[in-house]
Structures are given as C-alpha cells and as structure tokens.
Ligand binder design. Structure first.
Ligand SMILES: [Zn+2]
Ligand SMILES: [Zn+2]
Length: 140
C-alpha cells in the first residue's frame, strides 16, 4: 500500500510505502509559526518508507531548533519534511500535504500544553505535554 502527496505548487512529490498511516497532532510554537495555524498534524515514517518522486534536491532546509530541521518547497513554501528529531532517523511528513483524505490513525496530541486557547486539543485522544513515550530526542 502507498500514499502519495506533495507541495502546494506540485514541484515536490513523494510516496509513503506502508500499510497504514500514523499521525500525531503537534501544538508546539514552531509548528504554529511554520503552518500559520493552531497546530500541525504529522505522519511519522521511517526513511525507507519515504520515496521521493520529484523535487527532493530542491528542498530548502531550515534548522528550527537543535532538534529539528524543516524542509520547504522553494517555489510555494510548503513544509514537506521534518527530521532530526529522533536518533533513530524517524521522519515526519505534514499530513495536510497528502493527496485526498487517506485514513489516518491519530496517535494523540503532543506539546499539548503549548496549545492556543482558541484550538484546545480535544479529550478523545491522548494528550502529552511534550514528546510521547518512545519519541523525541534521546538523552546521550
Ligand atoms: Zn511547491
Ligand atoms: Zn511541533
């Protein structure tokens, strides 16, 4: 099974090769800024599950913190990839860049204590103040 997606202008295209998609809603201040919204929803993938169909070499990387790089399409500004957050090389792809409306398993809300008052995370999913167990940068 695979799921395709891409940026707003279409210059960057990718394919996720896995049976189903797991997603987390991140309310951190950086996700708020970069998306201009209350939070961003990320699909978590391993590097070998992500295949680039177009535009990979053109992406611009921005080091948004010591823990993360965010990569953007230089033509339309869509954030298309987040990496560097975990030692195991896990990647995140913003769920809003997926084509259509594929089924997502929502794992929960992270950095929930940073949520803006006008978009508080609902209580029907797990809420974590920071990284959930098993994710995030590991202590050296
Ligand atoms: Zn683009
Ligand atoms: Zn975030």
């Amino acid at each position: 099974m695979s799921f395709d997606g891409g940026c707003l202008c279409g210059a960057v295209r990718y394919r996720i090769n896995r049976k189903h998609l797991n997603a987390m809603h991140c309310h951190c201040s950086m996700c708020q800024r970069v998306h201009g919204g209350a939070y961003s929803t990320h699909v978590v993938v391993r590097p070998e599950q992500l295949q680039w169909l177009a535009g990979r070499a053109d992406l611009i990387a921005y080091e948004s913190s010591t823990e993360a790089y965010r990569e953007f399409c230089p033509a339309c500004g869509s954030q298309i990839l987040i990496h560097g957050q975990t030692d195991d090389g896990a990647l995140s792809v913003p769920a809003g860049t997926l084509d259509g409306d594929p089924p997502l398993t929502q794992l929960g809300h992270i950095f929930a204590t940073d949520a803006v008052h006008w978009a508080q995370p609902p209580e029907d999913l797990p809420r974590h103040p920071g990284w959930p167990p098993g994710f995030g940068p590991q202590d050296p």
